[in-house]
Design a protein around this ligand. Structure first.
Ligand SMILES: NC(=O)c1ccc[n+]([C@@H]2O[C@H](COP(=O)([O-])OP(=O)(O)OC[C@H]3O[C@@H](n4cnc5c(N)ncnc54)[C@H](OP(=O)(O)O)[C@@H]3O)[C@@H](O)[C@H]2O)c1
Length: 337
């Protein structure tokens, strides 16, 4: 296994690179919104001037040079005063999360941070899964975020029927060709949906003039953790070089105290959350832990000072199929919501 660091990236079929650790922002709200949900404070630390490829050669700044804020108020004094231990450069958002504007504002606010060193994802919500709907949603996400391009856009779920999924995919392919989106993919697709997507890509190639005209699947995103490892889907993607993102990698906090992770946490002097993130990284996944708690923002990325053995990686995984989130992978090809 190659040495993993906070700067480790995964090369995508599109040719672009994605940081292997991402920050989930579901239920992370712009503090200015009057939502009934809790007001969230999210901080993404970033050190300008740091060259990704020369990280070890340049000393770490003693204070965060930039606190990238999602939302207008953010970041507590305590958090600012501490030595930052994290550089989150990948953000997993979605139209459904209602925080594309705040994420975009955070990125745009930092004029000294090269845009290409931040990787932002959005997703097409189920009601927009159609050709027209997806084309309009891409425009809406760009307008909301105020960004010139999105790094990755995923179809959030495989609902809407075959013709609409093909139309949505075609709209994403056109968005890539127009330079509005860099990489595209899907989320929550079952293997039957993925097989259908391959067929759609072949059809689009025939209809649109040849190889590549059907688009390239760069990323798939699923709920994946030791209690829902989804090996069939992971293997489907691995066979095609598609990067796999793991959402709910902390099982939404529902499995603390499980004997194996607890024992490994004690062995390595780490938290169970850190063991789960590390498991995900060592499986070659791209985990997207979500937290709004400043100390967890740091600790969830402080996972590079230890390594599970191959035996421990295998031991952590269970044979359970126990998703904690929604599970559209099991929906039929005709299902709508
Ligand atoms: N494509 C999809 O359909 C889909 C679905 C679900 C999620 N996602 C993506 O995946 C991201 C993560 O998934 P998720 O939010 O469902 O679950 P998760 O990351 O597994 O868990 C988040 C929960 O764990 C808590 N937590 C975080 N770090 C912790 C730590 N070190 N110790 C103890 N508790 C900790 C958080 O609390 P605090 O925030 O209070 O710290 C929050 O309650 C989302 O934000 C979203 O970007 C995608």
């Amino acid at each position: 296994m190659a040495l993993l660091t906070i700067d480790t990236t995964v090369k995508l079929p599109s040719g672009y690179e994605i940081p292997q650790l991402g920050f989930g922002v579901y239920q992370t709200y712009d503090a200015s919104l009057t939502t009934p949900c809790q007001t969230i404070q999210l901080t993404i630390m970033y050190h300008p001037g740091r060259q990704r490829t020369r990280r070890d050669a340049s000393p770490r700044p003693s204070k965060p040079a930039i606190a990238m804020h999602v939302g207008p108020s953010i970041l507590t004094t305590d958090c600012l005063a501490q030595e930052p231990s994290t550089d989150w450069t990948q953000i997993d958002s979605a139209a459904f999360y209602k925080n594309e504007a705040a994420c975009g504002e955070a990125i745009r606010a930092q004029s000294s941070v090269p845009r290409e060193q931040i990787f932002i994802t959005s997703k097409i919500p189920p009601p927009a899964v159609s050709y027209q709907g997806t084309a309009a949603q891409v425009e809406s996400s760009l307008a909301e975020s105020g960004l010139e391009y999105l790094d990755l856009v995923l179809i959030h779920a495989p609902y809407g029927g075959s013709a609409n999924r093909k139309g949505a995919w075609k709209a994403l392919v056109e968005a890539v060709e127009a330079g509005k989106v860099r990489s595209i993919g899907v989320s929550n697709y079952g293997v039957h949906h993925l097989d259908e997507l391959e067929q759609h890509i072949a059809e689009l190639e025939a209809e649109r003039g040849g190889t590549g005209k059907g688009g390239v699947v760069s990323v798939g995103q699923w709920e994946i953790h030791p209690w829902c490892p989804r090996n069939d889907i992971v293997q489907w993607c691995a066979a095609r070089g598609i990067a796999v993102e793991a959402y709910s990698p902390l099982v939404q906090g529902t499995r603390w105290g499980s004997p194996v992770t607890q024992r490994l946490a004690e062995k390595y002097g780490k938290s169970e959350a850190q063991v789960l993130v590390r498991w995900s990284l060592q499986r070659g996944l791209i985990p997207l832990p979500k937290t709004v708690t400043p100390e967890r923002i740091k600790s969830n990325a402080d996972v590079y000072g230890f390594a599970l053995t191959p035996e421990e990686v295998a031991e952590v995984e269970t044979s359970e199929y126990a998703p904690v989130c929604w599970d559209p992978t099991t929906s039929t090809l005709d299902e709508c919501i």
